[in-house]
Design a protein around this ligand. Structure first.
Ligand SMILES: NC(=O)c1ccc[n+]([C@@H]2O[C@H](COP(=O)([O-])OP(=O)(O)OC[C@H]3O[C@@H](n4cnc5c(N)ncnc54)[C@H](OP(=O)(O)O)[C@@H]3O)[C@@H](O)[C@H]2O)c1
Length: 267
């Protein structure tokens, strides 16, 4: 049962079966908001939600669209809930690792940028058609530390680690960030604002510390996230919960400060 008196909102979640998106969905459904989730495998999402003890009454506010985040038709369908454009889009889309023979590789090295292309095209289609009244949504894109154009924003030892493990996905994230910023800065932008959430390393065993204990820093005035907000790891649950607490509930009253900024979060 929802305990919040907040006005109920509608969210499209991309990457709903990843830990960050999933935990954002869990919080949102428990508080009575409505979710549209664009997923490749619906049963994967419903199983994860059931494992997290979401009841049928929570799940009644979940609409699942089966599809690929590169499919314009699926994206357009997922953006509309009960005939209305969603209030906010949260993207936790990321490249999925896989094995090619004995060699580790990634499934789709440009998935984040391709998803943004598809998302913006779908939003444009909705704006230019009679599909729904166009009320510009906010876009939250989950990205990573270690890719700032203004300098280092993480401990020195993480630089070679990321170089070895994540050079290709990081190029994709850079492109995604650039596309979000470019769209957001247009006079006739499709968006009512954006937040790029730069999470630090999300290793599997990382324990959550709770939203109030996270270190949060803003990249601004040509400077990277301040050193006091640098860190090593963060849990996926903390990332999803932080997005809900700060960007939906505005718990610490800083949502406006985060809007149209890159924000680093770490434990
Ligand atoms: N790993 C790290 O240390 C780290 C650090 C900072 C930021 N990040 C980034 O943070 C974001 C969220 O991470 P996460 O761990 O919550 O998620 P994740 O485990 O990276 O999962 C990626 C999500 O994207 C979905 N996806 C991939 N390709 C898709 C496609 N073509 N169509 C539809 N869905 C697709 C996957 O769905 P399926 O279930 O269908 O595969 C999954 O839900 C990701 O962008 C990740 O790269 C990761």
């Amino acid at each position: 049962m929802s305990t919040s008196t907040q006005p109920k909102q509608t969210f499209l979640v991309l990457g709903a079966t990843g830990g960050c998106g999933l935990n954002f969905i869990i919080k949102s459904l428990r508080e009575g908001h409505s979710i549209s989730a664009l997923v490749r495998t619906p049963t994967k999402l419903t199983t994860l939600l059931k494992e997290n003890n979401l009841s049928d009454s929570h799940l009644k506010n979940l609409t699942i669209v089966q599809g690929n985040s590169k499919s314009p038709a699926s994206m357009t369908q997922a953006l509309l809930l009960n005939g209305q454009l969603v209030d906010m889009i949260v993207s936790g889309i990321g490249a999925v690792p896989k094995m090619k023979g004995l060699k580790p590789t990634i499934e789709d090295p440009t998935i984040c940028a391709d998803t943004m292309t598809c998302l913006f095209n779908a939003l444009r289609t909705i704006r230019e058609s009679n599909l729904a009244e166009y009320r510009r949504p906010i876009l939250v894109g989950i990205s990573t530390t270690g890719i700032s154009e203004y300098g280092r924003d993480l401990p020195l030892l993480m630089v070679p680690v990321y170089h070895l493990l994540a050079a290709v996905p990081h190029e994709d994230k850079k492109l995604m960030e650039k596309m979000i910023k470019t769209e957001g800065s247009k006079e006739d932008s499709l968006l009512n604002g954006w937040v790029i959430v730069r999470a630090s390393f999300m290793s599997l065993g990382t324990k959550e510390v709770g939203v109030e204990n996270l270190k949060v820093g803003i990249e601004e005035n040509g400077r990277p996230i301040p050193r006091e907000s640098w860190g090593w790891t963060v849990s996926r649950k903390d990332v999803g919960n932080w997005i809900y607490a700060e960007l939906v509930l505005d718990k610490s009253g800083k949502r406006q400060r985060y809007l149209n900024r890159c924000v680093g979060i770490t434990a």
